[in-house]
Ligand binder design. Structure first.
Ligand code: ADP
Length: 473
């Protein structure tokens, strides 16, 4: 269901409920209210008139007339002997002024029989209290739409009979007015509900529609879309999230493209070299030398290291390989590594220094931590300075963590590059120094392994002075 239709339905339901309540009270209950109020006024007028009769005989007729006028009903008062004392006629259609003796007697009897009071409501359905359908009035005088009340009070002189008579007809008139008014109000409210539903739905659905439109663009690969959520905080927050998602997608997309470009480049260069050298050795005499063959071998090794780095990285990143942790003596592990490098680099004038605090045990995945140490050491060798010195250091921090540092005195890393070098395929200055640079994946593998261990890691570096790569287990 469209938002507008739903809102209209809800608002209309609300308006209709309010109207039904109004109708119920104003129109249907009006009779009851009016009748009850008139009844109350008639009974209290009867009490007043009785008091006037006994106390103030002189102005009695005048006072009765005033009472009748105030209350808008007619009154006739009969004395104990059945003689008319006074009658006040303040409206048309009253029948109590022309009551004959027989009727009066009957009414008197009825009132006395029911404790001094007798009500009759003529012209309306339903009777209450001691009313009855067959009122002497109603029959004899064909009374309609009136409330009649007979009150018999015992005074010192004997019984005082009072007749009251009020029209109900105003109720019908008021009812008509009310019905018309309510009808107009209903129509106006329904129109207002429609307008409100329209405005509200526009207000509510427009931003959602906008966000939706932008999201569709996003699915089509347009990462530069801008989600502008206005009007509501929820939509604003949604837009914010989507904007961030769009940025993330854009970055991932860019990184992926870069990664593929870099990998293809790095694969193509050795391949071109290998092909070139092989063709040369095949076609040209005297070129089939061990030196040329060595170039082919070096490039093949380069290719295979790139491929294995890629495989490692994808394994760490997908979490496909489970960690196999054990208690490892870091001291021994580093010592072994340093020895291996010393043998490997013999004759290349590298100095490997190892500073240690002695046997230091940690729980870790031995193979992977070894790979971290290898990667960091390889970098230190690649970027070593004039002194060709690589220092490995094992310490224990104040908090008891085992800290490994790999230090070189080489070119160092610029401040703006520091936060990025652990990113996949990031290479400082991006110029291919094929003699030194590796695959550009070494540090992202380090990052993957150390993060899997929950280890802290980082680098401190100063341009021209060297770098210290560290991690703590
Ligand atoms: P690479 O295989 O290119 O060395 P890495 O991921 O290991 O890739 O390193 C990323 C980049 O960080 C390197 O290209 C280099 O610019 C920089 N870097 C890494 N180690 C050092 C170091 N010890 N000294 C200076 N720069 C370094």
């Amino acid at each position: 269901m469209k938002m507008r239709a739903k809102l209209f339905a809800i608002l209309s339901a609300f308006v209709l409920t309010a109207l039904i309540l109004l109708w119920g009270f104003q129109v249907l209950m009006l009779d009851t209210f009016f009748y009850q109020i008139t009844k109350n006024r008639m009974t209290s007028a009867a009490v007043q008139i009785e008091a006037l009769y006994t106390v103030d005989d002189a102005n009695f007729a005048q006072n009765v007339y005033a009472t009748a006028l105030n209350n808008e009903f007619c009154i006739s008062v009969f004395g104990p002997d059945g003689r008319l004392v006074t009658t006040a006629d303040v409206g048309g259609g009253c029948i109590i002024h022309v009551v004959d003796d027989k009727t009066l007697n009957e009414l008197y009897q009825k009132a006395v029989a029911s404790g001094g009071e007798y009500f009759h409501r003529a012209g309306l359905t339903g009777f209450q209290g001691n009313e009855e359908k067959s009122s002497p009035f109603a029959f004899r005088y064909n009374v309609r739409d009136r409330i009649l009340y007979v009150s018999v009070k015992d005074t010192a002189d004997g019984a005082l009979i009072m007749l009251f008579d009020a029209a109900i007809s105003p109720v019908n008139m008021i009812k008509g007015v009310l019905i018309l008014q309510l009808f107009i109000v209903s129509m106006i409210l329904l129109i207002v509900a429609g307008l409100m539903a329209n405005a509200l739905s526009k207000n509510l659905s427009q931003p959602i529609a906008d966000v939706n439109r932008a999201a569709k663009k996003l699915t089509q690969g347009e990462y530069d879309v801008q989600f502008t959520g206005e009007s509501y905080r929820e939509i604003y927050e949604l837009s914010d999230t989507l904007n961030k998602t769009a940025q993330d997608l854009k970055r991932t997309d860019q990184m992926q493209k870069e990664l593929i470009a870099n990998i293809s480049h790095d694969l193509r260069t050795p391949l071109t070299l290998i092909t070139g050298y092989c063709e040369m050795m095949r076609d040209m005499e005297g070129e089939n030398t061990p030196e040329n063959m060595q170039v082919v071998l070096d490039e093949t090794a380069r290719l295979s290291s790139l491929v294995s780095d890629l495989i490692d990285l994808s394994k760490y990143q997908s979490g496909a390989q489970k960690m196999e942790t054990e208690s490892v003596d870091l001291d021994f592990l580093i010592l072994e590594t340093v020895e291996r490098y010393r043998k490997l680099m013999v004759g290349k004038e590298y100095t490997f220094v190892y500073e240690s605090v002695g046997p230091t045990f940690v729980t870790c995945d031995k193979k992977r931590i070894l790979q971290v140490i290898y990667n960091l050491t390889n970098n230190a060798i690649n970027y070593a300075g004039e002194d060709k010195t690589v220092i490995l250091r094992l310490t224990v921090t104040e908090s008891g963590r085992k800290r490994v540092e790999v230090i070189d005195h080489g070119e160092g890393i610029a401040k703006e590059d520091l936060p990025l070098i652990f990113d996949r395929y990031y290479k400082v200055d991006k110029v291919h120094k094929r003699a030194v640079t590796g695959t550009g994946l070494g540090l992202s593998i380090v990052k993957g392994i150390l993060e899997a261990h929950g280890a802290a890691y980082g680098v401190e570096s100063e341009l021209g002075k060297g770098s210290t790569f560290w991690f703590e287990l």
